[in-house]
Design a protein around this ligand. Structure first.
Ligand code: NAD
Ligand code: ZN
Ligand code: ZN
Length: 356
């Protein structure tokens, strides 16, 4: 089967034939139908965060189950499944307390390579490796989705939608009638915006450097937009009469996290959703943290168990309350992946999807 392989950090992906082994016990084999280009894969490919090479990246995939290994229950051949980064073991303290997206141990075997290239093992990101025609994944890395969800939408649900909507609904727990600022309106940020809309926020201020992203933001539920720049904090504070209740950073930069901090009002919540470099640090004027009783939180993979939350989001889509089709900008082939990422960096895309 064909896969886009990262041989060296900082180099382009190379599409080539690889071998896939399995499914073994507890695993299933999925014929991938669609796979989204998340910025997190690019962070890894560029060396912002560590990755083992050679690797098949891609963690936002959906497809049809082709074969199930021994002991797999609740999923059958022919089902449409979406993959998730937050594979879980089910028995660590985090899993047992309802936070399996924060699983401490991960299922045994999730990092055991199932892919090889000329006999050498190839690492599959998050035990998925979704930039490939097929994947072998652990049962606890996928969720079955209801009928009526197009595969390319199901793919985006696995990360961009789960992460963004979940940060608003489960992480920050946006309240009805509240005000929200979202800095960074890419694939994930647009979903923070629609998560806040679904939560009933009265004011949602979108901030981005690219005007087209602000148009998209309005479509997803933003009530106001601000073209990012040195005055973004002042503009958001003015639009919200002194500061917002929730400030989301969805890029991964200390400078914009600091902006979010200065955008929130007393008692406000700052949520970091963007993925910073592993060595990122920031200077924070901390007196305000205490006097203004500001909460600072991180939100990872939607801050909730994906196997419960994704079917709920699917119902919202089927009821017309969650936009998915509108997230897709380009449908590309696997060999278009390098260009697809170049367009993401240029700010030209909402979400590119590899369609098989
Ligand atoms: N927390 C999680 O679990 C999780 C999951 C998935 C992705 N992420 C991270 O979320 C971030 C966003 O991912 P994405 O796929 O939406 O990326 P993206 O590239 O599609 O979106 C980033 C957006 O930020 C805008 N931007 C860039 N610099 C800006 C600035 N200085 N001010 C305002 N806007 C600016 C860009 O124009 C773009 O619209 C990435 O860091 C990604 O790794 C985190
Ligand atoms: Zn992602
Ligand atoms: Zn666990």
């Amino acid at each position: 089967m064909k896969a886009a392989v990262l041989h060296e950090v900082g180099q382009p992906f190379v599409v080539e034939d690889v071998d896939l082994d399995g499914p073994r016990e507890g695993e299933l084999r999925v014929r991938v139908q669609a796979s989204g280009l998340c910025h997190s894969d690019l962070h890894l490919a560029q060396g912002d965060n560590p990755v083992v090479v050679p690797a098949i990246l891609g963690h936002e995939a959906a497809g049809v189950v082709e074969a199930v290994g021994e002991g797999v229950e609740g999923i059958a051949v022919g089902d449409l499944v979406s993959t998730s980064f937050s594979s879980f073991c089910g028995h660590c303290a985090q899993c047992q307390t309802g936070h399996n997206h924060r699983c401490d141990t991960k299922p045994a075997g999730i990092t055991r390579p199932r892919v090889s290239l000329r006999g050498e093992p190839v690492y599959a990101l998050a035990g998925i490796g979704g930039f490939a025609e097929e994947v072998v994944v652990h049962r606890n890395s996928v969720v079955k989705l209801p009928e009526g969800i197009p595969a390319e939408c199901a793919a985006l649900m696995g990360c961009a939608v789960l992460t963004g909507a979940g940060a608003a609904l489960n992480g920050a727990k946006v309240r009805p009638g509240s005000s929200v600022a979202v800095i960074g309106c890419g694939g994930v940020g647009l979903n923070v915006i629609q998560g806040a809309r679904i939560a009933g926020a009265a004011q949602i201020i979108a901030v981005d450097t690219v005007p087209a992203k602000l148009d998209a933001a309005r479509q997803f539920g933003a009530t106001d937009v601000v073209l990012a720049g040195p005055d973004a904090v002042g503009e958001v504070r003015e639009l919200s009469s002194g500061g917002v209740d929730y400030g989301f950073e969805v890029i991964g930069l200390p400078a914009t996290l600091l902006q979010a901090y200065h955008m929130v009002r007393k008692g406000g919540t700052v949520a970091l959703v963007g993925m910073p470099r592993n060595d990122a640090m920031m200077d924070l004027p901390i007196a305000k943290l205490m006097f203004n009783e500001i909460r600072m939180i991180g939100s990872f993979m939607g801050s909730s168990p994906f196997q419960v939350f994704l079917p709920q989001l699917a119902r919202l889509y089927l009821d017309g309350k969650l936009l998915l089709d509108e997230l897709i900008s380009d449908r590309i082939g696997l060999d278009g992946i390098n260009e697809g990422y170049a367009r993401l960096v240029a700010g030209e895309t909402r979400r590119n999807v590899v369609v098989f």
